[in-house]
Structure formats: C-alpha cells, structure tokens
Design a protein around this ligand. Sequence first.
Ligand SMILES: [Zn+2]
Length: 434
Amino acid sequence: MKENYVFTNTTILTLDDTAPVRYNACLVTEDGRISYLGQELPPQLPARHKRIDGRNLLLCPGLVNAHTHTPMTLLRGFSDDCSLEQWLSHIWPAEEALTEDDYYYGSLLGIAEMLAYGTTSVSDMYRSSHTILRSAVDSGIKATICESITCPADQDPALLPSVRRSIDLIHTYNGWDRGRIRCDTSIQSVFQTTPALWEFIGDVAAREHIGIHTHICETRKEVQNCIQNYGCTPIAALQRAGVFRSRVAAAHGIYVSEEDLEILSSSRAVVVHDPCSNLKCGCGIANLKPFIQRGIPVALGTDGVCSNNSGDMFETMKFTALIQKGIHEDPTFADAGQVLSMAVQGGLLSQGREGESGILAPGRDADIIALDLSHPGLSPLTSPVSNLVYAAHGNHVAMTMVRGNILYYKGEYMTIDLEKVKYEVKKCMERLLL
Ligand SMILES: [Zn+2]
C-alpha cells in the first residue's frame, strides 16, 4: 500500500500562476498525486497517512536534470583541466573497461547524488541503457533514458548493436511503471554518426512517437567540420535528415546560426543548457537570448559528472543566471523565475512530460522537494524563488519525493543502499586505475 502524506504549516512555492507562494499552508498527497493544497486542512484526510510538520520546510516542484550520463559519476575527477577532445581521449578507453556492474552502481551513485540535491526526473543518454534503466527502476526516480548511438562510416544503421538495443529498450520499457520510465532514442552527435544514421533515427522516432536526445553544436570545431564535410551546420544536417519531425532534446547549442535558430523555432526542439560542463571543458557558453526571443524552450542539465564534476542542479541554475547577465551586461536578463522555470518546466518539456508535474497543484504527480529553512543560508526567506536560484545549494534539500514516495529524507535513502554503492564504485575505480 502506498503511503500518503500530509504536510502542515509549510511554505509552498507552487509555481502556479494563480498563487505562486503560500505560507502556513497544507499539502496532501494521495496515491502518488497531490490531492489537496490549501490554508486549512481538508475536511477529510486519506485513510492512511503520515503527517509532516512543515514549519521549517519550503516545498517546491522537483528539478529536472535534462541532460546527463549517470554512470559517468564513476569517473568524477578522472580527467580535469583539458580540452573536450583530450577529455574524450581519456574517457573513451576508460569506458571500454567498464562492466555491467560498474554501469549499474555508477548510475545508482549518480541517482543518489541527484536525489539528495532535489532532482526528481532525469534524462540519461549512455551506453548500456538497459543497466541504467534497471538503476532508475530500482531507485524510484523518474527517468527518460536512451541508448547512446554512434555509427562508424559505411555501417548499415539497422545492423548496429546500439540501434538494436535502443529499439528493444523502447519496445520493452517505454511507459514502464505508468510512465515513470520513458525511453527515447539518440544520435550521440553529428560528428560521431553518419547521414544514413540520422535518417534512420529520424524515422524510428517518428514511427515510435518518441524523442531524440543529441549533443549538438558543442564546439566551434564540430560546426566547422560539419560545414566542411556536409556543406551545412549540424542542426541543418539533422533537419534535412528529418530528425526535427520529433521532439528533440538538443544538448549544448553553443554555436548556432540564424538558420539553425529558424529550424529550432519551427520544431519541437528544446535546447538543454549545460553551463558547468561547457565552461569546465572550455567549449564556450551558449547565449540563451536568441532562443528565448524566438520562443525556443530551454531546459537545464548538469551533463555527466565526469565533466562537471557535480550533479547539483542548484549550482547549474545559479551559473545560468549569472553568466547570462554577465555576457549581456544586463542584470534583468535570465531572472530567477525564468531560470527556475527552465530547470522545471523546460526539463519536463524536453522529456515530453509537460503537465505531469511542474507545479504543485491537485491532480499533478507528487514530485516534490523540500528545502530546510532552518539553515542560515536560506534565511531570511524574503523571496522563495530568489533563495532557490541564488542562495540554495543541493545540500539544503531535506526531502525528495517522486510520485508520492519519499526517496530521500535528511541524509537517508529509502531505495538505495548508499554504503554498498560506494563500496562497489570504489572497487571499480581501483581496478580502472591499476
Ligand atoms: Zn553530454
């Protein structure tokens, strides 16, 4: 039987336009959804429920990490302070040595970090997607997962093992646990794939009604090489191959042209901004203004912890706001509300989950996080939105709830044996570094 919860005397950032902030309010969850929100307790409470005194809590919708590679949490600190090309040359051989168990425990470590830092839904693209899926299923987090697909020249896309794994994943698990788990497909990047693969994946996504996750326009060199090889930008190349018929989670989007912006604005693409990873790899930084001016949705991601080196979406939110203000010399741009919306609604849109949660209101999935207002770093609470984006860190999160299940509460995990995970990860790293 599912536990129901009644939060009393609490501060609630609903993100609902009608009443964005409520003080001394009550929130009730029932069967995984928010069943009531108001100033007084409802006349009737669910038959079985736990009451939580919310006097020192700020409840708000869970954050969405719209681009990461969770097993890479294993490789935190493995390769720092080098170019993206050098970084990839360090990472790829290490990845070859990873076992299924490594992927599983690495992924669980990443999920444990994200849950502790208030992420309730994650988009993951990596090899061995079945194993990542198992860690997401076991942990209780919401996840949109895809197999990372690369394609050497002259290979028939239909015969690639990664394509077969991707299609099998979609047919077997898309919609698992009433949609808690979703499966998309991917094009790892234009420079690691071929035009035949782009067309093939474009058709798969259109046929299966799923999204495509891709890294795009991450470096200047990637764009220059694409123009040299194909006579157009990576975004135009994917457009010609029919990729933008479907929802696309376009990670990075740093070097985009006017034509690219036109393509994105007339599609269902969501640009996933990953400022920490982009800066750390010295790739540059995306200018978000042209996307916003054209109505192109923006989501936020940490990218893999191996290039970040943290899974903290609060850090990503603050970087996003400050950098955009700095590059535009405009403190009014990328305000706190706009950035929080990217980290919640933008992320859900990129996963095709809009309407599922995103605001705290009756009928929505109870994907809720609670920040600990007893911490001096969150006091005073003059503006909850401001504190969330500019003052909060992941370790201010006291509780993370997904679909009404508390998965993390004040340092305790309900679904993850963290000691076992850390032990297995340490064993893996000792083997890799031998
Ligand atoms: Zn990435």
